[in-house]
Design a protein around this ligand. Structure first.
Ligand SMILES: Cc1cc2nc3c(=O)[nH]c(=O)nc-3n(C[C@H](O)[C@H](O)[C@H](O)COP(=O)(O)OP(=O)(O)OC[C@H]3O[C@@H](n4cnc5c(N)ncnc54)[C@H](O)[C@@H]3O)c2cc1C
Length: 398
């Protein structure tokens, strides 16, 4: 038996012994995940046990080197771990923007001292991260950001505001883009900084959404003092780090949803239940049947492509970043079409918001339908993705 096969068997055995039954199966909502950090409580004893087992095994960030809190697993071993977790539908033990974005950026662009400071505490789930990119006047045109950082000895003094900062009010650290040079061309005067959200002068205000949720914040910086030592990469060269993080964000968006309950939402299964079958045993509505088949084919093709892209990404193939841009556009748009299809299948049971006439599943799918629109905006809107694909992937002229 080769070493990888041995690793698979040991992993399977370990997961079987350590992943509680209630931590298997789709996660009903993002709030049910364990996000870690200073302020977050576990939802159950099983969730705590599952997180602690994974943390103690250094499998929260399994590919990171051991000195940074990881387990030093190879790409092939990480793939095996993922496959084995998937086969028992194990939920992620911990979700954190730090694992997907901030720390990989620190690993690539940070100093050894920064790696030793931030990575282990993130891998142990002690700090939760948020992303300070978008501003009221800078979303798609991110490089137009105006949050200012002015040098004062060994510190920067930060003033300005970020918007749509997901979970800023519950996070411990922020990775943030600030303008450090007013005179340079706009992409050349930006710096990538990390700092503690408990710093004096940081405040957040939640933004209530139409469905009553408020995971978004506007984040304000009022003379926040941040050591220059917190710059990741070089001063004024943060755009390079920022772009890498955006690639990682697009990868994360497909990853984070992998375990979501929405994978249970199968248009063909739902059509059998809500539309019924004709005399030949086919879904009784010909047009819906055609859309269901199209969705199934697109999903299969997308999953197969993503499996390839992940391997290329892990091997730092430069083409993988480009493929990820296409994947983000295609994945989120297909997901939106899937839920439009599901709404049509549900008929008069679709678009329910509350009330006993709707089942829990129908209410959840209606909310998911609206969320799919948000996913075509977060991490770069579809229109902007198409511009990027046209210019940077296909090389078309401006
Ligand atoms: C669920 C969710 C979570 C988010 N979390 C965070 C977070 O944690 N941190 C953070 O910093 N930000 C976050 N964002 C913000 C997100 O990055 C921005 O919403 C996004 O980049 C778009 O910016 P904007 O909202 O300012 O829209 P705008 O840039 O004002 O765009 C408005 C419309 O104009 C279109 N448009 C703009 N420019 C062009 C162009 N050149 N060509 C064609 N069409 C164009 C856009 O496609 C869009 O339809 C989140 C957003 C969502 C939806």
């Amino acid at each position: 038996m080769d070493a990888l096969e041995q690793f698979r068997l040991q992993t399977r055995e370990w997961l079987e012994a350590n992943c509680p039954e209630s931590m298997r199966g789709p996660v009903p909502s993002m709030d049910e995940h364990y996000w870690g950090g200073r302020n977050v409580a576990f939802k159950s004893e099983d969730q705590k046990a599952w997180f602690e087992s994974m943390r103690d095994k250094n499998w929260i960030a399994p590919s990171w080197p051991e000195k940074y809190g990881g387990a030093g697993l190879s790409t092939a071993e990480v793939a095996v771990l993922k496959e084995e977790m998937k086969s028992i539908e194990a939920r992620p033990a911990h979700i954190n923007l730090g694992i997907w974005m901030a720390c990989p950026a620190i690993m690539e662009f940070g100093s050894e001292e920064q790696k030793l400071k931030y990575l282990p505490m993130t891998a142990r789930g002690e700090i939760r991260w948020c992303q300070g990119y978008s501003e009221p006047g800078a979303g798609s045109d991110l490089a137009g950001l105006q949050t200012k950082a002015v040098r004062d000895g060994d510190d920067f003094i930060i003033n300005g505001s970020k918007i749509w900062t997901s979970y800023a009010d519950e996070s411990d650290y922020i990775y943030c883009l600030v303008r450090t040079n007013q005179d340079a061309p706009k992409r050349e005067g930006i710096t990538f900084l990390v700092f503690d959200m408990a710093s004096e002068g940081v405040s957040t205000q939640t933004i209530e959404l139409t469905n009553g949720d408020s995971h978004f914040c506007q984040t304000f910086f009022d003379n926040v003092r941040v050591p220059v030592a917190n710059v990741i990469g070089e001063i004024d060269k943060g755009w390079t780090v920022a772009k890498r993080v955006l690639e990682l964000e697009r990868a994360m968006m497909s990853d984070i949803e992998e375990s979501a309950a929405r994978h249970e939402d199968s248009p063909s299964k739902l059509a059998k239940e809500y539309i019924g079958l004709d005399g030949e045993g086919k879904i009784a509505d010909r047009i819906l049947r055609d859309r269901i088949a199209q969705n199934a084919m697109n999903t299969e093709a997308f999953d197969a492509t993503m499996a390839r892209v992940y391997e290329e990404f892990a091997a730092s193939d430069p083409l993988a970043g480009m493929a990820m841009m296409i994947a983000k556009y295609q994945g989120t748009e297909e997901d939106k079409r899937k839920y439009q299809l599901i709404m049509d299948i549900l008929g008069n049971k679709s678009l329910g918001w509350e009330g006993e006439q709707f089942s829990d599943g129908e209410l959840r799918m209606s909310k998911q339908h609206f969320l799919t629109y948000a996913h075509t905006i977060a991490g770069g809107t579809s229109e902007v993705q198409l511009n990027i694909i046209a210019k940077r992937v296909l090389g078309l002229p401006d």
